[in-house]
Design a protein around this ligand. Structure first.
Ligand code: GUN
Length: 305
């Protein structure tokens, strides 16, 4: 048996299409255009690529994109002042401060300075608390994307055994809360979990978010289970040859040994092309949701938890 591939690239395109349609509709009916402000401090090349991609996709769905690139030496005071300005700006519905921040800046202080209603990352302590108590909140983008794919594949998730491997604040913990909200029986596993293969073997749904290449083995997966691979790991790929500078080329792999798991699972997300593209699509969905909530407009269906 070969698992069905869950095509995150196509799913993300369908989310962007829904967002785009709804954005056009509120612009026509209410004369309002959602706006997303992205703040990047420093010159981390990977962050610059992400921020560029976010800005491009924001504009493509018809929303306003505001980019703020600050030097790596920016003071905490200056960054907090910018956040205050964006909090007060009615044309800005979503604010994202790209992480990681340079070491001299206090990440939680900065994140918690964002108006929770504009916190499209869902990282503000108020949103964490709202999600944890089953109340309406802004939901972190990657787990939201995973939830959308799981709901699409399964219909109802009620009563399914879900194992989330990884306990990060950005993915593992909110993912577990979302699955609990959809009435799964949820186990959060991590690097210290005893008998991890046995724990994973009980799961109808496995969400792998540990950040270790090929960590989840094929024989850990229950036959027919759904495997969501959040990992994005770069490993050497000597088979691809050398770069001009003589260094070995690399390739992206997930946290799951895909080649082994694909013949056991019922459905699986590939890497690349699985969860990855869903993250920015959900950021756009969250910005639209924040705009609708700010103005009291009807929220789009299927784009929130
Ligand atoms: N850096 C890497 N991923 C993310 C994300 O989802 N949000 C923010 N703010 N920074 C990131």
């Amino acid at each position: 048996m070969t698992a069905q591939l869950i095509d995150g690239k196509a799913f993300a395109a369908s989310v962007r299409e829904k967002v785009s349609t709804h954005v056009a509709q509120i612009a026509e009916t209410h004369g309002v255009t959602p706006g997303l402000a992205v703040v990047l401090v420093g010159e981390d090349p990977a962050s610059e690529v992400y921020v560029r991609s976010k800005g491009k996709q924001t504009v493509e769905v018809g929303m306003n994109s505001f980019e703020y690139k600050l030097s790596a030496e920016t003071s905490e005071e200056a960054l907090l002042e910018l956040i205050e300005t964006l909090n007060a700006d009615t044309s800005v519905h979503g604010i994202l401060v790209q992480l990681p921040l340079p070491a001299h800046l206090n990440e939680s202080l900065v994140i918690n300075a964002i108006d929770p209603a504009k916190d499209v990352d869902g990282f503000h302590i108020s949103n964490v608390g709202l999600l944890g108590t089953g109340q309406k909140s802004m939901v972190p983008c990657t787990p939201l994307g995973c939830l959308m794919m799981l709901r699409d594949y399964h219909g109802s998730l009620s009563g399914l055994n879900a194992v989330v491997i990884g306990r990060s604040n950005i993915v593992g913990k909110p993912m577990a809360q979302l699955l609990l909200g959809d009435s799964c029986t949820v186990t959060i596993a991590h690097s210290r979990t005893k008998d991890l293969p046995e724990v994973v073997r009980r799961a109808d749904i496995v969400v792998a978010a540990v950040g270790r290449p090929h960590f989840v083995q094929g024989d850990w997966v229950k036959p027919g289970a759904t495997v969501i691979d959040v990992g994005i790991n770069r490993i050497p790929a000597p088979e691809k040859g050398l770069r001009d500078d003589g260094s070995v080329k690399t390739r992206l792999v997930g946290d799951v040994d895909f080649d082994a798991a694909v013949s056991v699972a019922g459905a699986i997300t590939p890497v690349p092309g699985g969860v990855g593209p869903m993250t920015i699509a959900c950021l756009l969905a969250n910005t639209l949701t924040a705009c609708c909530r700010a103005h009291g407009f009807a929220e789009p269906e299927g784009l929130t938890a």
